[in-house]
Design a protein around this ligand. Structure first.
Ligand code: GLA
Length: 380
């Protein structure tokens, strides 16, 4: 799967060559979970699975077309006046909805190809938004920076598709760099690239994730409530992650709010510690990953027996430095970080003992930190 696959799919569908092909990857988060929408720090990396968008300008008949090799249905839409449909192409058409100069937007034919699994918590939606944003920007001569495009993609997700989330996924997909994790301060949107050489094993628990959306929203509300209560003592507090764990304990919040706030304030500090150690030693401090998981399990209460099982099993494998759930939780994926050979050798036995424990078919992928969104080819 690469830009050539996208070009061929475009040609097969529309009978001509695309003008531009852009792509963007999925992500995993190394550490800093549920901190982004609380103004804290995160450390995601772009993975080696990507979504490609091939696009061509059409004559201006008020009609654009979109199709994907992973969906049965495509759509027609007017690039200058799009409406939310509740379908997969909202991630694409939403990018047109937030274009700077709508009247100058071209009508397009677009084709999507991807080897990034959807619905596993690897941010396939952010990848589709970013791949569309970078391709359309190239086609339309829009010179916005990758960071600005990441913010645009985030607006598509939150304001057009209507999923309330933080900025991490779109920023990771946009700004990832090969061999580096992305250290992002979600309050100021400052970023730095942190070199990391370890491999990552992604383990998709393939377990039901029915609570994911609803519980995610409950947690966001709880964090907001905790912040409001903390502000009664400290009106200057800019966000929840800016509080210290000591301040949280001293505030005697209701038990559930105290747990959420402790997780957020400690987790953002774990990101800082992990980055500092990584810069100094070149190695991931695996204990911090385990601590993060434990905190997500007991304080944020977003783990599952399947995710906990994986972390316990990974801990037993020689050459694994650390493991934790990644992304929102309540199912989805976990990661283990360490030596490539150890991770690679452990895959099949993890899958088979997972199957005999839970009766579920896990999927695994090995990745290093890969490049973020890019223009693959362009006739312009
Ligand atoms: C989801 C959201 C992200 C982030 C994580 C939890 O993946 O899309 O913005 O909040 O959950 O860290």
């Amino acid at each position: 799967m690469n830009a050539e696959t996208a070009r061929q799919f475009f040609r097969k569908t529309y009978g001509s060559e695309p003008d531009t092909i852009g792509s963007a990857p999925g992500r995993v988060n190394l550490i800093g979970e549920h901190t982004d929408y609380n103004g804290g720090q995160v450390l995601p990396l772009a993975i080696d699975r990507r979504t490609y968008v091939a696009m061509k300008r059409r004559s201006d008949d008020g009609k654009s077309r979109i199709i994907s090799d992973t969906a049965t249905e495509g759509a027609e839409f007017d690039a200058r006046s799009v409406e939310r449909s509740g379908q997969w192409w909202d991630y694409v058409t939403g990018v047109f909805a937030f274009a700077e100069e709508k009247s100058a937007l071209p009508q397009v034919d677009a084709a999507v190809t991807s080897n990034l699994p959807t619905g596993s918590g690897l941010s396939s939606s952010a990848a589709l938004e970013m791949a569309t944003a970078i391709t359309l920007a190239q086609l339309a001569g829009d010179r916005r920076s990758l960071k600005e495009l990441a913010l645009l993609a985030w607006r598509v997700e939150t304001q057009f598709v209507g999923v309330s989330c933080g900025v991490m996924d779109q920023f990771a997909s946009a700004l990832g760099e090969k061999g580096h994790a992305l250290h992002l301060w979600c309050d100021t949107l400052a970023t730095e690239q942190v070199r990391m050489r370890e491999a990552v094993l992604i383990f998709d628990t393939n377990s039901p994730r029915s609570l994911r959306g609803s519980q995610f929203n409950v947690r966001q509300r709880e964090c907001q409530e905790a912040l409001e209560l903390l502000r009664q003592r400290n009106p200057e507090l800019s966000n929840l992650a800016a509080a210290t764990p000591g301040e949280v304990r001293a505030a005697h919040l209701p038990s559930n709010l105290e747990k959420r706030a402790l997780h957020v304030t400690e987790e953002t500090r774990r990101v800082e510690s992990l980055v500092a150690a990584l810069k100094e030693t070149g190695e991931i401090d695996g204990d911090l990953l385990y601590q993060s998981h434990e905190s997500l399990r007991t304080l944020y209460e977003c783990s599952t027996p399947e995710l906990d099982w994986f972390v316990d099993e990974a801990r037993k494998i020689r050459g694994v430095r650390g493991a934790r759930l990644t992304g929102a939780g309540w199912g989805g994926c976990a990661i283990a970080v360490g030596e490539l050979e150890a991770l690679s050798g452990a895959q099949s036995s993890l899958i088979s003992s997972y199957k005999s424990t839970f009766g579920l078919d896990a999927r695994t992928w090995l990745t290093n930190a890969e490049a973020g969104a890019k223009v693959e080819t362009s006739a312009k």
